[in-house]
Design a protein around this ligand. Structure first.
Ligand code: DGL
Length: 275
């Protein structure tokens, strides 16, 4: 059957990008989806900028000619806050990035104390500093990057147990109280973190608004690609590519199926860099 569907490639270092894929698939169920997880070098949050730039370049040099997507979503803050200019210069298709939702957080906060929960890489980026400077000047911003929180999200999806106390220790520094005012908005500035949202809400010292950027990313995709065909073209399986082969445990397989990833193919990417 000839396929006139538009192809959207969604990319992350691991399973975090699934939280972004989900609302995009709901908004455009008629499109073809390729989900690429660069699990060979996960976690991106711990890589130097130089190595991450080279690695993402190598991944896309491999994936773009293979899949010829109409649009790419970089469903990863750690990559988006660094690699978008390079990718846009290198390839002529549109790239949609996922960057910390600092502007809506500052707008929604009443107390003007906001938390940004990110990876180490995202916390260190000039891009993040510029967002804070441009959109959150009137706020106290708690920028917190617990190392290993994205790995806890990966572990949870694999069915491994992750202790509440470890999760609480990772989020607790975002909760501050000053002169009877408390943090009231926290940005989920890593696409893995919405996978742990149920635990965050349950363990939070007090209720806050958690901002997940994914719905805004889906709106941006529709803005760029249009609404597409009415859902007569039914939702189909997502083609999933991981860059390192490993035996997928049953709970992860079930979770991936829930996001439309029926079968995983492995494509290794030779890195010119020494990742
Ligand atoms: N999911 C990625 C993000 O949004 C990063 C996780 C990692 O590889 O460190 O930042």
């Amino acid at each position: 059957m000839s396929d006139h569907r538009q192809t959207i490639l969604v990319f992350d270092s691991g399973v975090g990008g699934l939280t972004v894929l989900d609302p995009i698939r709901h908004a455009r169920p008629d499109a073809n989806y390729i989900y690429v997880a660069d699990n060979a070098v996960f976690p991106y949050g711990e890589l130097s900028e130089e190595i991450l730039l080279a690695r993402v370049r190598d991944v896309f040099d491999e994936m773009i000619p293979r899949f010829n997507p109409d649009l790419v979503v970089i469903a990863c803050h750690t990559a988006s806050t660094l690699v978008l200019p390079m990718l846009r210069e290198r390839f002529s298709i549109p790239f949609v990035g996922t960057v910390p939702a600092i502007k809506p957080a500052a707008e929604q906060s009443q107390s003007k104390i906001i938390g940004i929960l990110s990876t180490r890489g995202t916390a260190q980026r000039d891009y993040t500093a510029a967002l804070i400077r441009d959109f959150a000047q009137e706020c106290e911003v708690i920028l917190h990057a617990p190392s290993g929180l994205a790995s806890k999200a990966e572990a949870m999806l694999k069915g491994e147990s992750v202790s509440d106390s470890a999760i609480l220790a990772d989020i607790a520094p975002c909760f501050v109280e000053r002169d009877a005012k408390k943090t009231d908005v926290i940005v989920l500035a890593c696409t893995h973190y919405p996978l742990l949202l149920e635990a965050f809400e349950r363990l939070a010292p007090w209720p806050v608004t958690w901002i997940d950027p994914a719905p805004a990313i889906a709106r941006r995709v529709v803005q760029l690609m249009g609404h597409g065909e009415p859902a007569s073209a039914s939702d189909q399986a997502v083609q999933a590519i991981f860059t390192a082969e490993y035996a997928i445990p049953a709970p992860l397989e079930a979770a991936l199926k829930g996001y439309g990833l029926e079968k995983i193919d492995f494509i290794s990417v030779n890195s010119a860099s020494s990742v």
